[in-house]
Design a protein. Sequence first.
Length: 139
Amino acid sequence: MVTNRTFTMLKPDAVEKGHVGAIIEKITASGFRIVAMKLTQMTKADAQEFYAIHKERPFFPELVEYMTRGPIVAAILEKDNAVEDFRTLIGATNPAEAAEGTIRKLYAASIGENAVHGSDSDENAAIEGAFHFSGREMF
Ligand code: UDP
Ligand code: MG
């Protein structure tokens, strides 16, 4: 299923450091339309469910702690080839390996605190978007 939509979170470190405006500007300047957006904070149970695929990984407890320590900006974005193009825009998980000009290269501190989330498939984009937004919040 190709939906042309992806899901993102501007993570707690990006919000804390005041990078929200710059990151949203970069996203919209790259051709993404905002379908849904809000400032919200995940509970521990939310983060454990959202990142359930990583629950056996050694970094999981740290990831849950990080993702719940403050507000995030959650958003659904639309563009042709949204999932792949957004992963290109954010860059590699580890900012040390992220390409020049990518959001993680510009704003991420480490592989853990890496400023932004981007869905890895159309299927997960739909699941993750529905995790954070009701139909009435999508435009
Ligand atoms: N993460 C981490 N240590 C690692 C790998 C990942 O703390 O060695 C965190 C990081 O915040 C990452 C998230 O777990 O964004 C999800 O990992 P994934 O491999 O799915 O990376 P992503 O899809 O976010 O690039
Ligand atoms: Mg991932």
